[in-house]
Design a protein around this ligand. Structure first.
Ligand code: NAD
Length: 475
């Protein structure tokens, strides 16, 4: 039976005014498993109006930090209690294997808990002045936040945005990706159960250009836009924000460099290389999609890496033991397939992998490509890694930085000085040394160049989701 997940506007789950709906397709069975309403101008406007009312009339922005913390902590508890339901929604929407979807739920609950606590424990600054005046800072909620999320980590990316926004007293309109609309509806239901007042968190479904996404970013009642998605979409959203002079936070694409020096611990480096490009079928902005191997260890590394890639259990993402699922949608499969099919045409060779059944692309390792090949330069966003060998530290730093992107990089070496030196020289928002994907939510997260504008995390999120105010007193 096809399940239904509505818009959530002003505390009520609804259809669209004109009754139109669209499908969510399970990428493993390629059958429709759920439907959601197709929002238009009316729904975007109603959701913003609800968020505006909930902000202007309260009580959410005026509750104390501990009262907001209590509601959000209750939400995190409910998410853990409903972990199977939330994980199932992401798995059916986009093919993420269940253990990975459950790990995302855990991380999403952590996002909520972390920002609830961070906000409750935050202090303003004081500035005693020589003149005898006394200044201090207030961090006040910014207002109505529009949050637009991608499909690769549907729940995790949504909570990464809405957790700090809500914790700091804002109200939110969230638009999930049209490919993965369902888990955030479950989240919004749980938020109401946790005691979040109606209108504080609204969810509205639809597409991007010429649809709900665009209508939400082009509305004068909105105070902040936080967006995660493709760099091209980021351009359009920054344009919309610029027209109305509101701050925007953009977390965009990537083409991560994974650098393995010949003194690296090979077992550890190959384990992480597998995670970095084959987790979530490579549909990860942070993917280590360009693998740079120092010539002395290249052959040994590739032997192990290939064996581990070929050992991944491919199959039904709902089945126990599956480690690697299909790509998220037909349109995405077509895109990734295009890159795989043209490897030889561009002078490269598949060491392993290639196309699979249905919307599967197998874990694919490509060698021998020239540096101007599209597979090497463009974000494929699939399980395809391009291997390049290098000789010196200078050479690999310059190769790694030769990209419009700058989201993240990985460095594998047992040489401590080199680890620090290379980390400092890489063009990236995050550098992982001898690991991957480990996050401390207090640390800045974001990208350089085409990978984004601004940083979120800890105090960086506070800066974005509040209006910092200085009060100067004569004492
Ligand atoms: P996308 O840009 O196609 O869509 C993202 C969201 O934007 C969707 O909800 C979509 O409906 C909406 N949208 C599209 N056009 C719009 C417009 N003109 N106005 C307003 N909204 C619009 O991206 P995607 O394919 O869903 O996600 C994959 C991309 O996201 C990859 O490039 C990946 O690297 C990036 N990503 C980045 C991070 C990060 O933290 N930097 C994290 C995850 C994904």
């Amino acid at each position: 039976m096809v399940e239904f997940f509505g818009h959530v506007i002003d505390g009520r789950e609804t259809e669209s005014e004109d009754g139109r709906r669209f499908d969510s397709v399970n990428p493993f069975t390629r059958e429709v498993w759920a439907q959601v309403p197709l929002g238009g101008r009316a729904e975007a406007s109603a959701a913003i109006a609800a968020a505006r009312r909930a902000f202007d009339d309260g009580p959410w922005p005026h509750l104390g930090p501990q009262a907001r913390q209590a509601v959000l902590r209750r939400l995190a508890e409910l998410m853990v209690e409903h972990a199977d339901e939330l994980a199932r929604a992401d798995t059916l929407d986009m093919g993420k294997p269940t253990p990975q979807a459950l790990a995302d739920v855990e991380r999403s609950a952590w996002n909520i808990r972390f920002f609830a606590d961070h906000q409750a424990l935050s202090c303003g600054d004081q500035y005693p002045m020589d003149s005898g005046h006394h200044a201090y800072s207030l961090f006040q909620p910014a207002g109505v936040v529009v949050a637009i999320a991608p499909w690769n980590f549907p729940l995790m990316m949504a909570t990464w945005k809405i957790a700090p926004a809500l914790a700091w007293g804002n109200t939110v309109v969230l638009k999930p990706s049209e490919h993965t609309p369902t888990s955030v509806v479950v989240l919004a239901r749980l938020a109401l159960e946790a005691g979040l007042p109606p209108g504080v968190l609204n969810v509205v479904h639809g597409f991007g250009t010429g649809s709900v996404g665009e209508f939400l970013t082009d509305d004068d009642r909105v105070d902040r836009i936080t967006f995660t998605g493709e760099s091209r979409t980021g351009n359009a959203i920054m344009g919309a924000a610029a027209r109305r002079l509101i701050p925007v936070s953009l977390e965009l694409g990537g083409k991560g460099a994974n650098i393995v020096f010949d003194d690296a611990e090979l077992e550890n480096a190959t384990d992480w290389a597998v995670q970095a490009i084959f987790r979530n079928a490579g549909q990860v902005c942070l993917a280590g999609s360009r693998l740079f191997l120092q010539r002395g260890i290249a052959e040994r590394f590739l032997e192990r890496f290939r064996a581990k890639a070929e050992a991944l259990v491919i199959g039904d993402p709902l089945a126990e033991g599956t480690e690697f699922g299909p790509l998220s949608s037909e349109v995405h499969h077509t895109k990734v397939k295009g890159y795989v099919e043209t490897v030889e045409q561009h002078g490269g060779r598949l060491l392993t992998g290639g196309l699979g059944e249905g919307w599967f692309v197998k874990p694919t390792i490509v060698v021998g490509l020239p540096l101007d090949a599209p597979q090497y330069r463009e974000e494929i966003f699939g399980p395809v890694v391009v291997v390049t060998e290098f000789d010196t530290e200078d050479e690999v730093v310059s190769l790694a930085n030769d990209t419009p992107y700058g989201l993240n990089a990985m460095v594998f070496t047992e040489n401590l000085s080199r680890a620090h030196r290379v980390s400092a020289r890489l063009k990236a928002g995050t550098v992982w040394v001898n690991c991957f994907f480990i996050r401390d939510l207090r640390a800045p997260f974001g990208g350089v160049g085409a990978s984004g504008v601004g940083r979120e995390g800890g105090n960086f999120s506070r800066e974005f989701f509040t209006e910092p105010k200085a009060v100067v007193m004569q004492v």
